[in-house]
Design a protein. Structure first.
Length: 527
């Protein structure tokens, strides 16, 4: 029998009233409150335990390494301050790079920066398709001054040579536009033996450190090397040595900065400097005394120690970034991280989850990143024995790739990329070239004294070289071979640890790019 509509509505109202009364009864409310309190307590206890465990793990890890002399503060790794009057970085011409020195509110020196930016060897003239063809130590090529002269001829951005000028004279005439600038910089370098740029190492977020000096000093060094090459072609070895010495000083001005990019820029600058030195060797322009001076300059450079210092800075940078994110807590802005403060960007979901990570998980990431550096990037290069281990690098890569997923490594894959391992290859290869060019200087000294090259490197010691640098990879003497057409070749077995007979490994058939992980690391000085 159907319930009348009025009776059905009354029944529904009664049922609803009973359910609401039950839901909002003190017994149910008490149970809900107890449940919520229990969940909140569990969450609080979970966060407290994870924070304690993570913090404890980081403190133990940090204290253990600090007891061994390690440092985790970028500012503590920075080169010590130097007197202003002895600091090349504060010379009038370079001081304009940074708008602040001792006064953070100082205005930017726009005139000074405009002057620095005007020192440009590659300002193209409309319709001129010629290129500056310079040599490459890596690719075993040499400068084409005829091509460089075509770039400057008719280019109204530069002074023009007299009729009948040679290619080298044309290049020098064009670059004479900057003679006053480099004369001033040379005088400053002579009066200021030290160098330290005023980087703000104490930024709360490490990636906020500005490094505008790197591009400037690299560019100034490039102009100096072009001038030096042209002077070597004209037999002006003393003037070329002055340019090359100043280029070395500019490269030295960023030595000791605990920043990976600074180290890599220094490597690039040294590659250009060594190429210029090699340009003088193939022309037999350097004198005995100049070769001795250059050899001593090269002997003073220890890129293996510099590499490890940069890696310690890289570790300090990475753990500081994670700690910065930890201190932001739920306030961390994922868009800030996506804008380029991290090398490899996590997904949007991962970034949003950062807001809710316990602080202890950040500390776990810091431990993992630091330990990876300790076991791999810092263990690959032994500055004391002068050996570099590709096997240790490979083991570090495997350890990195086998890391378990999860919040304990959320930042690791972002901040510990393959760049540190690549830096070990670049550092080892450049130190090998430094050693090889240093030996090349003594070989040229031997040739000047004896009229011919020696049959083996053993003939250089002890008169020309007290100790022969060994191959950083296998510990054996660098391979040396005289070439039938004259000249010689020096090489290391390279990262693949195999003697390929002095063969460079190219990544393509056009020989436009070299694979540093394959083939030999070659320094050739033709006749």
């Amino acid at each position: 029998m159907n319930t009348p509509p009025t009776s059905q509505s009354a029944w529904q109202r009664t049922t609803t009233r009973r359910v609401l009364c039950w839901l909002f009864s003190w017994r149910i409310i008490r149970r809900c409150l107890l449940t919520v309190a229990s969940v909140v307590t569990l969450v609080v206890l979970f966060y407290a335990e994870e924070n304690w465990r993570g913090r404890r793990a980081w403190d133990q890890h940090r204290h253990a390494l600090e007891a061994q002399g390690e440092k985790f503060d970028i500012a503590a790794l920075a080169p010590p301050p130097v007197p202003d009057e002895q600091n090349l970085a504060l010379a009038p011409m370079l001081k304009a790079i940074y708008p602040y020195i001792h006064d953070p509110d100082a205005k930017r020196d726009t005139n000074g920066m405009a002057r620095l930016q005007s020192v440009d060897e590659h300002k193209r003239a409309p319709g001129n398709e010629a290129e500056l063809v310079l040599g490459s130590l890596e690719q075993d090529t040499f400068a084409d001054l005829e091509a460089c002269a075509k770039f400057y001829l008719g280019n109204t951005n530069y002074p023009q040579p007299a009729a009948g000028a040679t290619a080298a004279q044309t290049v020098l005439t064009a670059l004479s536009k900057f003679d006053a600038d480099f004369s001033e910089l040379t005088a400053a370098a002579a009066a200021r033996p030290l160098g330290r740029f005023p980087i703000h190492y104490t930024e709360d977020m490490p990636s906020a450190m500005l490094l505008p000096h790197l591009a400037t000093v690299k560019h100034l060094g490039a102009v100096l090397n072009i001038r030096a090459t042209a002077r070597l072609e004209l037999g002006q070895s003393e003037a070329a040595l002055g340019d090359l010495t100043l280029a070395f000083r500019l490269a030295d001005s960023i030595r000791g900065e605990p920043i990976l990019i600074s180290h890599l820029v220094r490597i690039a600058m040294l590659a250009t400097d060594l190429q210029t030195l090699r340009e003088g060797l193939i022309r037999h322009t350097w004198t005995e005394a100049q070769l001795g001076t250059l050899e001593k300059q090269l002997a003073a450079i220890d890129l293996l120690a510099e590499h490890n210092h940069a890696m310690r800075g890289e570790r300090a940078f990475s753990v500081s970034v994670v700690d910065w994110a930890r201190r932001q807590g739920w306030k961390v802005n994922p868009s800030n991280l996506e804008s380029g403060e991290l090398d490899h960007q996590p997904s949007w979901v991962q970034l949003e989850l950062l807001r809710f990570m316990p602080g202890g998980w950040y500390h776990r990431n810091m431990v993992t990143i630091s330990q990876l550096h300790q076991d791999s990037t810092l263990a690959v290069v032994n500055e004391h024995t002068r050996r570099v281990s590709p096997q240790t690098a490979a083991a570090g890569e495997r350890a990195f790739q086998s890391l378990p997923g999860g919040p304990g490594s959320a930042f690791v894959r972002t901040l510990f990329s393959s760049s540190p391992t690549k830096a070990a290859v670049w550092s080892a290869r450049m130190q090998t070239w430094l050693d090889a060019v240093r030996i090349a200087c003594t070989l040229e000294r031997y040739r000047l004294a004896n009229g011919q090259l020696p049959d083996s490197l053993a003939a250089l010691a002890p008169r020309f070289l007290k100790t022969l640098p060994a191959d950083l990879i296998d510990g054996q003497p660098l391979r040396y071979r005289k070439e039938s057409a004259g000249g010689f070749i020096l090489y290391s077995v390279g990262w693949n640890q195999k003697d390929d007979g002095g063969t460079i490994a190219w990544t393509d058939d056009k020989k436009q790019s070299v694979d540093p992980n394959e083939g030999d690391w070659v320094c050739r000085v033709p006749r």
